[in-house]
Design a protein around this ligand. Structure first.
Ligand SMILES: Cc1ncc(COP(=O)(O)O)c(C=O)c1O
Length: 408
């Protein structure tokens, strides 16, 4: 096998792998221009009275896609979580359980409503919240649980919902990575009391920024509506305000672009799923890398990024960061997986006395040495690109000893 690119050899990949991001075209442009030319750029009135609104159309389409009865489109994913927490009735001083491996906003949204995030360990098989760790962290002050579908892999919603039912807690799914993922045939966002999504630039559907809160409960939907619209109450006079709340309304431009983006999602998920099945199969015989086991409950896996395990011990203990550098030199962009360090390492959470941290040995180990990931745009590709990724992995695996001697 030829010399590693990191050691001066020819890289395996000599072109861009996968797609540029975002993917957009005539569908988004037409809808966007329709919104622009209408001169009505803001959805102010209650949605039932404004069925032509792009935001209303997007809410209805996305709720139907995810299998919920109600949707409230908002400014971004962080504020979707804040809106859901307020609508769930989470009050200052109450506790909300979140996983250690996620984006910081899963926990800061809790602080932003005055409550306390309780950070618990993850399951090493899925990198999602460990339900047993969540149950162990429950106190009389616990009000809600926020499972995150890390990378798009659905959290164990059966166990989390059973725990929530046992203790009378609200479940707010953080679906920022999971547009279209399914757990036992039901879509992410429809599995708890609320589902919160982000449509920020890097997400698998985007309008640059944006978010949405989904629910099947009319009362909770009305509360979310009020908390996203400066405290107005649906069906009551537009000039009256009932709750202390911010303006989280999505613009008509975002609604238009997202309607276009939604029309692309199924095909993109299909391509990524097909490619991952192929990659996972091909990796079986490559030392040092191992796919996460996909359980039968995961009936659809929409990848924001694909986490997989790095097994340094199979490569003479080649450090993970050297493997990443070697993959990058071969032309394959690989990241540390599972969203980086456990969130309690962020200065904002480390220094906040309202943050409660449980023991998280798995999250520590996974973040420090084990998790790797491929991004969703890389997976939007032809099968030949997956062959190149496998060839790069195989090449590094084969030369691990040599690489160690040079770097170590
Ligand atoms: C898991 C998770 N939750 C919440 C958010 C927040 O979304 P936004 O950036 O739209 O505020 C993100 C964004 O990256 C995320 O990854």
């Amino acid at each position: 096998m030829s010399t590693l690119a990191l050691l001066g050899g020819e890289p395996i990949v000599k072109k861009r792998l996968g797609s540029t991001w975002p993917v957009f075209g005539a569908a988004e442009e037409k809808l966007l221009m329709e919104a622009f030319r209408s001169g009505k750029w803001c959805r102010l009135v209650y949605k039932e009275k404004d069925v032509q609104s792009m935001v209303t159309r997007f809410e209805d389409a996305f709720a139907a896609y995810c299998g919920t009865a109600y949707a409230v489109a908002v400014t971004n994913g962080t504020q979707a979580l804040e809106c859901a927490l307020k609508a769930a009735g989470v009050k200052p001083g109450e506790e909300v359980i979140v996983p250690a491996l996620t984006f910081v906003a899963t926990a800061t949204a809790v602080l932003l409503v005055g409550a306390k995030p309780v950070i618990v360990d993850v399951d090493p098989a899925t990198y999602n919240m460990n339900p047993a760790a969540a149950e162990a962290a429950i106190t009389p002050r616990t009000k809600a649980i926020i499972p995150v579908h890390n990378g798009g892999y659905p959290a164990d919603m059966d166990r989390i919902n059973a725990i929530a039912a046992k203790y009378g807690l609200r479940v707010i799914e953080d679906c920022a990575h999971a547009h279209g993922s399914e757990w036992k045939g039901k879509r992410a966002g429809s599995l708890g009391h609320f589902g919160c999504f982000s449509f920020q630039q890097g997400k698998t559907m985007t309008a640059g920024e944006g978010g949405i809160v989904l629910t099947n409960d009319k009362e909770l939907a009305d509360l979310a509506y009020s908390f996203h619209n400066i405290g107005r109450v649906a069906g009551r006079p537009f000039t009256d305000f009932y709750n202390v709340a911010s303006n989280l309304r999505m613009t008509e431009f975002q609604g238009a672009v997202l309607l276009g983006q939604l029309s692309r999602l199924d095909e993109q998920i299909e391509i990524r799923e097909r490619n991952i099945a192929y990659l996972a199969e091909g990796m079986q015989t490559i030392a040092g890398v191992k796919p996460l086991r996909r359980t039968p409950e995961v009936t659809r896996w929409s990848f924001y990024y694909w986490n997989f395990h790095y097994r340094a011990a199979e490569l003479d203990n080649l450090p993970r960061h050297v493997f990443i550098e070697a993959m990058e030199a071969e032309g394959v962009p690989v990241m540390r997986g599972a969203h980086g360090n456990p969130i309690y390492h962020h200065p904002v959470l480390k220094t906040n006395s309202d943050v409660i941290v449980a023991d998280c040995p798995e999250a520590e180990r996974i973040a420090a040495t084990e998790a790797l990931a491929l991004g969703h745009a890389v997976l939007l590709a032809e099968k030949e690109d997956m062959d190149l990724i496998l060839a790069a992995m195989e090449k590094i695996s084969h030369h691990a000893g040599e690489l160690l001697k040079r770097v170590g």
